[in-house]
Design a protein around this ligand. Structure first.
Ligand code: 5GP
Length: 179
């Protein structure tokens, strides 16, 4: 994959503006209530850091690592819990932070895991991107930044074979440019 073939979908300014809007909505919803954010590594790391800097309530940050991608651009269709150690979340407000909901399998796995293990006070799912047309279940994020087409996206946390997570913007590559 040649970075020159990357077409910009969302600029840094567009991403930061939308994150501020999401944070404003969350600040209104949670008020002064304590929140546990759960960042799904590695893809959500950029979004989590920029979003949480705009949140005003007392919050604690947790990190879990799941994987479903084969390394390149295709999902394995099976979610793998690489590290899902979490503190006691009973009675807590939990805000899951994801980079993208694609098939919805990862989101479903995580929501089922939380439901089975904890009685939270509230559980909300926030994803920067929502690829609604790729969904295989009825998962809908409570908060999302942008709805996107079924293209392979790269940047701002999203990788291609481990690279390009550090881009400040989000782009896509045409399938024909992937090989
Ligand atoms: P799902 O389980 O919803 O199919 O996929 C969730 C995970 O797949 C995301 O957290 C992300 O890591 C990966 N993923 C889905 N779509 C894309 C994409 O367009 N680009 C990249 N880089 N990763 C994606």
């Amino acid at each position: 994959m040649d970075i020159k073939n990357l077409k910009i979908l969302f600029t840094e300014e567009q991403i930061q503006k939308r994150i501020k809007e999401l944070a404003d909505e969350m600040n209104r919803f949670y008020g002064d209530e304590e929140v546990y954010t759960v960042c799904v590594l590695k893809g959500a790391v950029m979004f989590m850091t920029d979003l949480t800097k705009q949140l005003n309530m007392p919050l604690k940050m947790e990190f879990i690592r799941l994987s479903s991608y084969n390394g390149g651009t295709s999902t394995s269709g099976k979610v793998n819990a690489v590290d899902i150690s979490l503190p006691d979340l009973n009675g807590k407000n939990v805000l899951i932070i994801e980079d993208i909901v694609d098939t919805g399998l990862t989101a479903k796995f995580l929501l089922d895991f939380l439901n089975c293990n904890f009685h939270t006070k509230s559980t909300k799912f926030c994803s920067l991107l929502d690829k609604k047309t790729a969904r295989v279940n009825d998962i809908e994020p409570d908060y999302y930044g942008f709805e996107v087409d079924d293209k392979f996206l790269i940047g701002y946390g999203l990788d291609y074979d481990g690279y390009y997570r550090n881009l400040k913007y989000i782009g896509y590559i045409e399938k024909s440019d992937l090989e």
